[in-house]
Design a protein around this ligand. Structure first.
Ligand code: GDP
Length: 202
């Protein structure tokens, strides 16, 4: 799929104020600093669309972007969700994020897939595994997106995948759909967009 248009629509903390769920929607989430903003910008080829921040945990908002809302195209929403789990963010704020995120995830009938971003260089973290467990329990569709993978050679990638396979096998019968990406090299971009295109046409 080609991205012909990517436009910011609205930021808010109240899921009820999100745009009407009138088209397929894809959410991106992950721990602070996982590379979410960089990957979103790479996906839509707009260097400044999602705000990369030097201050992890700063974004507290549900950000909707309108993609390909043009004649002859299939429009969809890309949603940038707050980063979670950054230790330096006070617990009260972290609890607020969790409430916003849960409220959002459980109120969007048009949500086709939640892309859970995971830094491939880091061993499986409880916070990510717990988050995916909750998605599974809520029967929400998700895929894993490994980030910063250009930092690993193929052996390192295999080891990381093995570690995730083992950790996820404790929770899920089958390993979820996953993508190996890098915002630096653009690896995985086409695969993620093709996946979205496939879901859009279902
Ligand atoms: P966010 O907090 O999840 O939105 O993360 P950002 O996109 O702001 O990125 C956090 C840090 O990781 C920044 O220093 C980025 O330059 C770096 N980063 C993001 N993506 C990649 C990647 O694919 N490879 C590498 N090596 N670094 C990345």
């Amino acid at each position: 799929m080609k991205i012909h248009q990517a436009e910011f629509v609205i930021s808010n903390t109240d899921p009820a104020k999100c745009p009407k769920p009138d088209r397929p929607e894809y959410a991106f989430i992950g721990r602070s600093n996982v590379g979410k903003s960089s990957l979103i910008n790479r996906l839509v080829q707009r260097p400044d669309l999602a705000k990369t921040s030097g201050k992890p945990g700063k974004t507290q908002l549900i950000n909707h972007f309108r993609i390909n809302d043009l004649k002859g195209e299939t429009p969809w929403y890309l949603v940038d969700l707050p980063g979670f789990g950054f230790a330096k963010v006070p617990k009260t704020i972290r609890d607020q994020f969790a409430t916003i995120i849960t409220g959002y995830l459980t109120s969007r009938p048009n949500l086709q897939c939640i892309f859970v971003l995971i830094d491939m260089r880091i061993p499986p973290q409880k916070i990510d595994l717990d988050f995916m467990t909750r998605l599974g329990e809520a029967e929400l569709p998700f895929a894993m997106v490994f980030t910063k993978t250009e930092k690993l050679k193929s052996g390192g990638r295999q080891l990381a995948l093995e570690a995730y396979r083992e950790a996820m096998a404790e929770i899920f019968d089958t390993f979820p759909t996953y993508f190996v990406t890098s915002a630096v090299t653009g690896e995985g971009r086409d695969e993620v967009l093709t996946y979205i295109e496939e879901l859009n046409s279902e």
